[in-house]
Design a protein around this ligand. Sequence first.
Ligand code: DAT
Ligand code: MG
Length: 141
Amino acid sequence: MEKTFFIIKPDGVSRGLVGHVLHRMERRGFVIERLEMRQATPELLREHYAALVDKPFFPKIEEYMTSGPLLAGVIKGNRVISSWRTMMGATNPKDALPGTIRGDYAQAPGDSGGIFNVVHGSDSAESAKKEIALWFGSDAL
Ligand code: DAT
Ligand code: MG
């Protein structure tokens, strides 16, 4: 069975959406294996978002993701990596369909251009391994 890494981002935590998001995972039959409230550091985020560090909007991501506590976790299930991505919806909430988490709980970016999209999920088996090990150590793989 597959595992993936997820985050309920600081906007999801501060808006009280933790229960709603976890409920969707459990309703789908995914098993929560790890779950921890964390305060992300800039160092951890630079590793987590290594592919985006050089993008002009990276400072916005860093500010967003360190703006408060987040909930990090690992879930397990059949094809959970792609299934969780589908449940999250499109990266930009303006494109996210109703029924997805981002489509149900997030708005299109405002004038600041910042994307506040509630959840993260690993985008491939390789990313899932890297991210689970980064946040929870290789014992969690
Ligand atoms: P996803 O979170 O859907 O995997 P991603 O990995 O491409 O998307 O980007 C990671 C996060 O970075 C995303 O959730 C929000 C932020 N982000 C991506 N593109 C952005 C942009 N053009 N402007 C501002 N923030 C952006
Ligand atoms: Mg991504």
